[in-house]
Design a protein around this ligand. Structure first.
Ligand code: FAD
Ligand code: UDP
Length: 386
């Protein structure tokens, strides 16, 4: 292969690494299994309505990392979109993440911030006593310590059971740390200082990132294909530096077993109305509703109001289940058994000659896009130094 480096996977992590290496003068080949770049953070225009849809679930860009923010702004401008989510519980709609509005609506009260904090402290006290000073070890411990038992039961327990189908005591506390809790009426989903959506959509952003004379992207090429073609690892292993952002267990032929992942099924629907649900994301907290949330994509781009049709909209209803062989993987589950298996794969990974593992699949780690881009910086670093 006529390249200095092979990057496997054209997601945010792989493309970032490829771009940095190309700008440093290396010639980089990127192989990507799918028919497009951008990995799971891909968006494109819905052919029927022209509305920008996110093929692999809603993606909102948010970051506090100044280097990442400066980097992505080289390739696109961002809209000022700030994400807000609502959740339906027992036929009533509440703002999420839990904030003073959620607390007052749920308890039919008009608490001040201090009163609400005192109430939640009281409701979290039994869990804090149980923890006796140690850090919460699991999702349920962390969530109850943060918001108390009643709010946990209403907004977290059912949703989490549908999303993960794993006992909450086996889920890492980090999963719930993504949700802030606020004692004011700030209903934004994220705290980060930089938030927005790429003005032209994610597709354009990732294509711009890949657009460099020394980056050669090969779509619909699986680097682990058994046929031993020129872009497979079989052909280059040990001869060329490889930055691998595919699944770590698949790299090793699942020889130690499969890491646990969740996949998502999306039910795509068109509706002959200008506004189907009044917001971009409506969560469904109750176990009786089989899906976790409904995404109405037109609301991600309020600045396109005059461009989008007034009588048609597109939604995706999200169902979560265990990923089987052949499914797209979305969320690493990360039970204690998974983490133990991961450690064993990591020991194999460090022995691989000239191969570096990165990204959400290569590290078996939930990464937001900004963290995936930062992971791309880290992945390229040893080769930039070398
Ligand atoms: P990926 O995007 O998965 O890219 C890896 C690429 O490698 C894929 O394109 C894959 O096809 C390719 N590949 C794998 N194996 C091979 C192989 N053998 N040969 C060739 N190619 C291969 N982040 C946010 O910041 N904000 C959000 O709102 C947000 N929402 C999300 C919603 C959902 C439902 C999910 C699941 C994730 C969300 N994320 C969000 C996270 C975001 O998707 C990730 O940060 C990002 O996709 C990680 O980039 P990556 O490059 O590590 O991996
Ligand atoms: N979560 C919940 N109820 C909600 C939203 C989130 O219990 O209405 C929990 C759930 O366990 C989820 C985690 O919080 O997996 C993180 O939520 P986030 O919205 O970040 O999940 P994502 O958007 O990545 O699916």
């Amino acid at each position: 292969m006529d390249a200095d480096v092979l990057v496997v996977g054209a997601g945010p992590c792989g493309l970032t690494a490829a771009r940095l290496l190309a700008e440093a003068g290396r010639s980089v080949t990127v192989v990507e299994r799918r028919g497009h770049v951008g990995g799971n953070a891909w968006s494109e225009a819905d052919p029927a309505t022209g509305i920008e849809i996110h093929r692999y679930g809603a993606h909102l860009f948010h970051t506090a990392n100044e280097r990442v923010w400066a980097f992505v702004n080289r390739f696109t401008a961002f809209t000022g979109y700030e994400h807000r989510v609502w959740t339906t519980h027992k036929g009533e709609v509440y703002p999420l993440p839990v904030n003073l509005g959620t607390i007052n609506q749920f308890f039919r009260a008009a608490y001040t911030p201090d009163q609400a904090q005192a109430l939640i402290a009281e409701q979290a006290a039994p869990m804090l006593a149980r923890l006796a000073g140690r850090e919460p070890a699991s999702l349920d411990e962390k969530a109850v310590a943060l918001i108390g038992q009643p709010l946990y039961e209403a907004f977290i327990r059912g949703y989490t059971a549908k999303q993960w189908q794993v006992a909450p005591e086996l889920l890492p506390a980090s999963v719930i740390s993504r949700l802030p809790v606020r004692y004011n009426y700030d209903t934004r989903y994220f705290n980060d200082p930089h938030q927005g959506l790429p003005v032209g959509g994610y597709g354009r952003l990732w294509e711009a990132l890949a657009d460099h004379p020394r980056v050669n992207v090969r779509l619909e090429e699986d680097c682990l294909a058994p046929d031993g073609g020129p872009f497979t690892l079989g052909a280059v292993r040990g001869q060329l530096p490889v930055l691998y952002t595919g699944p770590v267990d698949r790299y090793f032929g699942y020889r130690l077993g499969r890491l646990g992942w969740r996949t998502l099924d999306f039910q795509w629907e068109h509706h002959p109305v200008g506004d189907y649900q009044g917001c971009a994301v409506m969560n469904y907290a109750d176990l009786e509703v089989p899906y976790t949330r409904v995404i109405e994509f037109r609301h991600f781009h309020p600045e396109r109001r005059g461009v989008y049709p007034g009588d048609a909209t597109v939604t995706a209803t999200e169902f979560s289940r265990v990923a089987g062989a052949g499914d797209e993987v979305y969320y690493p589950v990360g039970t204690p058994a998974d983490r133990e298996l991961l450690e064993r794969y990591r020991l194999l990974a460090v022995e691989e000659p000239l191969v570096w593992f990165g990204g959400r699949l290569g590290r078996y780690q939930y990464l937001d896009m900004d963290a995936a881009i930062a992971a791309g910086f880290a992945l390229a670093a040893p080769l930039l130094e070398g």
